[in-house]
Design a protein around this ligand. Structure first.
Ligand code: ADP
Ligand code: MG
Length: 353
């Protein structure tokens, strides 16, 4: 049995939908390649119970995004938002449009939560389901950030073990799932499945320059070009090992870690300034720290202090993720085994259990 046959059979037994089945709600986002709405099922189709949904109407790249979501659904369902269905909708007015549907996971992305003055305490309440009766301080903040990083790396490890590189990891693409009380990854619109060669040619213009790693191509340009259609000639895992394309996402995740630890870097302006400084230091975080520490603001110093807790183990993890050379960066799996995660994190009280 080949995976495409399995995928086809699995899809046959799932409910199918069409355009008229949905009622559109509030617009949640709009990018160059699609518009995202909150949606629900129209009354006449309510025999199919799906609850609150999210609908993305996408352009030609929607085909790849549907393929990625189908694959995630089968291989690492807990890593990403729960995908419901995807189909092609053609009309004389709008031409071809891909419709993608997910279960509505919750109101907030990590970006929304980081905007709050309460961060990271607002996340603590969402994860544990209660207000903690503990004094606020660095230790507690570190514990919350550690829990978020563990959940993010866990989801990434799932994707990477499946052979998928996300390529657009950023706080806006990490959603808090109210059902499972954990963070999940969304937006596979720029993702690449390197084992089967889907979306193999990197589309740099899709990448967000704020969080993208410095390398231009996530695969070596020496690698023979892979087929562009989902055919069975899977890209060798050996090539994956050689090129380490997954380290692109690790770099972006490291930047998220840094931003969570240092609220002074939450705003777009200060983050852009930081990126400029880092580039001037040849992407060496230690060199950057040395250059800014003498005249650092109180907030910045407090962030360094958090990363220095327990013998500087947080800073150690951070610098193993944010490195210029991809092959020097740690993997998601290795990062999860880092001593930074040895301490107990927050207790997740899942509503599903
Ligand atoms: P875009 O291509 O516009 O970035 P995304 O897939 O990132 O599309 O979705 C845009 C926004 O919609 C997200 O930032 C998030 O706020 C919201 N969103 C997307 N998927 C979900 C989901 N499953 N549950 C809740 N909100 C979602
Ligand atoms: Mg997005």
């Amino acid at each position: 049995f080949d995976m495409f046959v399995l995928a086809f059979v699995e899809r046959l037994f799932r409910p199918t939908y069409r355009k008229d089945d949905f009622v559109l709600g509030k617009k949640l986002g709009e990018g160059a390649f699609g518009v995202v709405y909150r949606a629900s099922l129209a009354k006449k189709s309510s025999s199919k119970k799906e609850g609150d949904l999210v609908l993305k109407k996408a352009t030609e790249y929607g085909a790849v995004e549907i393929w990625m979501n189908e694959r995630v659904r089968r291989a690492c369902a807990n890593s990403c938002a729960d995908f419901v269905y995807g189909f092609l909708e053609t009309s004389s007015k709008k031409g071809a449009e891909y419709w993608l549907l997910w279960r509505f996971e919750g109101e907030d992305t990590l970006s929304d939560l980081m905007q709050s003055k309460e961060f990271p305490y607002n996340v603590e309440t969402m994860i544990t389901g209660k207000i903690q009766d503990l004094p606020k301080g660095l230790e507690r903040e570190n514990r919350i950030i550690q829990t978020i990083m563990r959940q993010l790396l866990f989801a990434l490890d799932g994707l990477h073990s499946t052979g998928i590189v996300h390529r657009d990891i950023k706080p806006q693409n990490v959603i808090f799932s109210e059902g499972s009380r954990t963070f999940k990854i969304i937006d596979l619109g720029a993702a690449a499945d390197l084992r089967v060669g889907i979306n193999y040619i990197p589309k740099e213009f899709l990448l967000d320059p704020r969080y993208a790693a410095p390398e231009q191509y996530i695969m070596s340009t020496q690698t023979p070009s892979a087929p562009s259609a989902p055919v069975a000639t899977a890209l060798s895992p050996v090539l994956w090992q050689l090129n380490l394309p997954d380290r692109f996402d690790i770099y972006s995740s490291g930047l998220i870690f840094l931003q969570m630890a240092i609220p002074a870097l939450h705003s777009d302006n200060s983050f852009i300034q930081f990126k400029r400084q880092l580039k001037r230091c040849d992407y060496d975080l230690d060199a950057w720290r040395k250059s800014v520490e003498p005249r650092a603001s109180l907030e910045l110093r407090r962030g360094f202090e958090l990363l220095d807790l327990d013998g500087g183990i947080g800073w150690e993890l951070l610098t193993s993720m944010v490195r210029y050379k991809a092959r020097k960066r740690t993997s998601a799996k290795a990062a999860l085994a880092h001593p930074y995660f040895d301490k107990e994190g927050l207790l997740v009280l899942s509503l599903m259990q």
